[in-house]
Design a protein around this ligand. Sequence first.
Ligand code: FAD
Length: 414
Amino acid sequence: MFDYLISEDAKKIKKEVRAFVRDEIPHSLIKKMDKEEINYPTEFLQSLGKENLIGLRFPKEFGGRGLNWECEVVALEEIGVLGSSLPCLYSLPIITGEAMNLFGSEDQKLKYLKPMCEGKKYTAEALTEPRGGSDFFGATCTAVKDGDYYILNGEKRFVVGAEGADFFLVYAKTNQDPKSDPRSSLSLFIVDRSKGVETEYLYGLLGTRGGGAGRLKFEDVQIPQENVIMGEGKGGVIFYQMMVPERLTTASGSLGSARTCLHIATKYSTKRKAFGQTIKNFQAINFRIADSITLLDAARSIVLNTARTIDAGAPAALQRRLVSESKKFSTKACWKVINNAMQVMGGIGYTTVYPIERILRDSRLGEIWTGTSEIMSLIIQHEYYKEILSEKWLDRDVEKDAIDADHEEEKHYG
Ligand SMILES: Cc1cc2nc3c(=O)[nH]c(=O)nc-3n(C[C@H](O)[C@H](O)[C@H](O)COP(=O)(O)OP(=O)(O)OC[C@H]3O[C@@H](n4cnc5c(N)ncnc54)[C@H](O)[C@@H]3O)c2cc1C
């Protein structure tokens, strides 16, 4: 159904990315990454860059294609077929590029955004600290002004791409006054891999392996002041905007992972026999397939509609609510679809003979990174309450349709 809805640009990009995913990514790359024989797939980003597939939304002069969010989510679903490591790395330029494209200086765009979109410079985003990720404004990394530089100290953890990135987008506290408003005490820095920046791969991961996720340590790192994005104290403003690419990339990438598992399980159910017939004939199996395709279509619908709403210029608060709904719904639905696929396959689905076990391990990250499902709920209810309470009541006053609606004395509120 979606091919009947999306634009010609989106159809074209879908075809292009699908062919890239099918023909250009060696199966051995994914296997080696999962076995952690590769810790950062530089060649993947290089080939994406050569095909001009990185940062589709960004202006052509900075290496993008000047497309919109609709195209971006359609492309991401195709990339999502690869699991989650490669899609995470594909998403990073979409995420860090947002800050540079919307809020960066011309120099920052030329020095970082452009080579990143060309697949010549690699990036990572560092918000989470060992102290915590959900409480973003509690960040403890510090950046203290010293002449024309800032001196950065502190630690970030779980940073995808840390091992291979040439530069990092790092949030750090620039106002050390404990009484200062947390929303204006953080700044966002472009930090080159340079003296005092150390990356460490500390422990194993359930999935999303080979994407260079690691710990970052900053010890007296000198950052030139021209590497502050948007100016000192603007980290909070940028963070609110960054929710859009962070969440929409995860929401749309998950669709591809779930879709591919559903394909495998559906095909398997037409061949596998039990009790003398193909398992597809059992209602327990074919209803599970029905539930999965319904969930997947519902998830794709919310993602696509969110992308289009943003492209149509929705206000920032609505964008934040919709991307949070999309991420929460899509990652949960896709997790269910992938589990359903494993169940349809029986024991063999649990083995490394099929990729479902890896994709299941990979996809679990969807509900955790770029904000947990609980944090999505926090944002959704917050924005919705604000919206409802600030609105004039324009609908029919349905409360008056109650037979005893005039018993005002019974309407107690505590
Ligand atoms: C493989 C991997 C890759 C990652 N990549 C990156 C990356 O590239 N860059 C980056 O910056 N981070 C990255 N992360 C970090 C990720 O975004 C965080 O793990 C996540 O935001 C949660 O933070 P936390 O782990 O500190 O958990 P905590 O913040 O400690 O939360 C613990 C639990 O409490 C819940 N919780 C916390 N606060 C609330 C609240 N107010 N209401 C309700 N529930 C709450 C959370 O939902 C969670 O269930 C990655 C993580 C992993 C595992």
